[in-house]
Design a binder for this molecule. Structure first.
Ligand code: GDP
Length: 298
């Protein structure tokens, strides 16, 4: 088991009790512990480094409060910087549907990341909580099973899916979905793109082409939290090719430490909007930076 960051820092700072202010030396020693804890929580090294720098700027010269130990004080600063970094601006975690209907939302990511499940989860949420009429369409022309899966999820969730027509390209299906949605008065169209086991040029070119033709209001990248640094690399690659506007982090019900979330936020520059917390169709939370900071700190 890992020591929690609070425990690590407790030891470092016990001897500082009763001092006036945090010196650079005190802080440096604590920050070494912070860096180790972040890396153990699966935060990428460069991200951990730049994070620690931010904490340092805020901690050096701080008065040591009487009511808490210096360790607790640094933990609090680390917590605050984590929440700020994960959090982004106000309203950042909501979907931007500020467009004339039907509003396209593009779902991208690798196969197995939870993309199709998340598509249905978000569609259900929009229908239930926001009373939107949602149409879902699978653009995975290479895997008929993926199209079927979306249709089955749609039935479970009571969300309409675009009828499957064999022989159409992904772009053709996307256009058909938008036209059908316009004619039938849907508010939102969720486009579930094809995944791959790993990133390849063909996949990226297809995603780019779909993005260009549909001009989505949101491009949500689905990433599996349990894959840690691999998910961060996936994020890097997708971001090079399409303007990702938000991340859906799945499998947060698993026992990953969640540090990858911090790296993803830094790498994509896009806010994490939703957290997948189980296999069930309603197992989706709006991303909560406070809760994630707590998880990373241990
Ligand atoms: P896709 O290939 O990216 O479309 O992935 P799927 O949506 O088919 O999901 C792959 C598997 O992961 C399925 O068995 C899902 O039920 C499961 N899954 C998706 N999201 C979550 C999640 O947040 N938590 C857990 N535990 N399982 C999930």
């Amino acid at each position: 088991m890992f020591d929690t960051l609070s425990e690590r820092l407790g030891g470092v700072f016990d001897r500082l009790r009763g001092r006036g202010a945090l010196t650079e030396e005190d802080v440096n020693e604590a920050l070494r512990e912070v860096r180790v804890a972040l890396i153990e929580a699966d935060v990428a090294l460069p991200v951990a480094r730049s994070f620690v720098k931010k904490v340092k700027e805020r901690a050096v010269g701080r008065e040591v409060l009487k009511s808490v130990t210096p360790g607790q004080q640094v933990v609090k600063i680390v917590h605050d910087v984590l929440v700020e970094t994960l959090g982004g601006g106000e309203g950042d975690h909501e979907l931007n549907l500020n467009r004339p209907a039907p509003v396209p939302i593009l779902m991208v990511g690798l196969q197995g990341s939870g993309k199709t499940t998340s598509t249905a989860k978000i569609a259900l949420r929009l229908q239930k909580a926001e009373k939107k009429k949602v149409l879902m369409a699978s653009l995975d022309t290479r895997r008929p099973a993926a199209m079927e899966q979306l249709a089955v999820l749609g039935e479970q969730a009571g969300v309409k899916t675009l009828p499957i027509v064999k022989g159409q390209s992904a772009v053709q299906i996307a256009k058909r979905a938008m036209e059908a949605a316009k004619l039938q008065g849907f508010d939102v169209v969720m486009l579930d793109t094809a995944g791959r086991l790993s990133i390849d040029e063909q996949l990226m070119a297809e995603v780019q082409e779909i993005h260009r033709t549909t001009d989505p209001a949101e491009t949500l990248l689905v990433l599996d939290a349990l894959t840690g640094q691999d998910a961060v690399q996936t994020a890097e690659r997708f971001k090079e090719r399409v303007p990702v506007t938000g991340v859906v982090l799945t499998r947060l019900d698993g026992d990953g430490r969640g540090g990858a979330a911090l790296s993803m936020r830094e790498v994509t520059g896009a806010p994490i909007k939703f957290a997948g917390v189980g296999e069930k169709i309603d197992a989706l939370d709006v991303f909560d930076p406070e809760r994630m900071a707590g998880r990373i700190l241990g």
